[in-house]
Design a protein around this ligand. Structure first.
Ligand SMILES: [Zn+2]
Length: 264
């Protein structure tokens, strides 16, 4: 059952985990936050030089409740990063579906840190609607079509120069929230491009804002639209559990994967 995990040496797994849990892989004492740590090799534990308490690699972290062998944990993590479906992961690992969903949710919540969003020259902003794709029989034509249910509004800021994307699930009136979101992430000397939606016209007092550029035969939302279609393709292929409750987690997972898509 665990044969695929057995090939990775324990020491390598610990290095991988260290880099996931701690910034730059620097061990930190979970009791006092001190960085002066002694490694007790034979016990596989660590010793804080300030408060003198001992701790293990995972204690005090979001992985403290991990109950599967660590090499298998790393395999699951790579499955999640590579978009291996829960169904296939079930076959490959022998773990139950609820367990796998639980681990995928854990990754979704904790691995997905916000990437430093540093836009240059110009950004494209837009909103899109995400939802669950439900199969719907089309009796007339005898084939299946999909319809989107439980839509969630997502605002996106994309920078074609850096290739980065920042997203936010909009809960409430889009106007104010999206404006605040843009002001928080986009420096004032960066030009904001959008479609003609009135949501963005309120930005005029803080940013150089160019809207309705479609009129001039010049399309300024091409990049953010390609981000949406990338995310929707992924969502369509894999996630049938996209619900309002977990929308934030899924959207930040997709954003994280979009921003890291060329790094692996
Ligand atoms: Zn300590």
């Amino acid at each position: 059952m665990y044969h695929i995990a057995a090939d990775i040496p324990e020491s390598k797994v610990r290095t991988i985990l260290r880099n996931i849990i701690f910034k730059k892989g620097r061990l930190k004492c979970p009791h006092c936050g001190c960085f002066k740590i002694l490694s007790v090799k034979k016990e596989g534990r660590y010793h804080c030089r300030r408060c003198r308490k001992k701790f293990s690699l995972l204690s005090g972290t979001w992985m403290k409740n991990v109950k599967i062998p660590l090499p298998l944990f790393v395999i699951l993590l790579s499955f999640w990063l590579e978009d291996v479906t829960v169904q296939l992961a079930e076959k490959l690992t022998g773990l139950s579906r609820p367990t796998l969903y639980g681990y995928y949710r854990l990754f979704r919540t904790h691995i997905v840190q916000t990437i430093d969003f540093t836009p240059q020259t110009g950004v494209q902003v837009d909103e899109a609607y995400f939802g669950t794709f439900k199969k719907q029989a089309n009796w007339m034509h005898g084939r299946q079509t999909y319809r989107v249910v439980g839509k969630v509004c997502v605002a996106g800021i994309s920078c074609p120069a850096t290739g980065q994307l920042a997203t936010m699930v909009v809960e409430g009136k889009p106007g104010k929230l999206i404006k605040r979101f843009i002001r928080k992430l986009v420096p004032e000397d960066v030009t904001v491009y959008s479609d003609g939606s009135p949501i963005y016209t309120m930005l005029r007092d803080s940013h150089l804002h160019i809207a309705r550029t479609h009129d001039r035969g010049f399309h300024n939302a091409y990049y953010v639209e390609s981000c949406w279609s990338w995310m929707k393709r992924k969502l369509f292929r894999q996630y049938h559990h996209f619900t309002k409750k977990y929308a934030k987690n899924y959207v930040s997972e997709l954003t994280f994967k979009f921003n890291t898509r060329n790094s692996s």
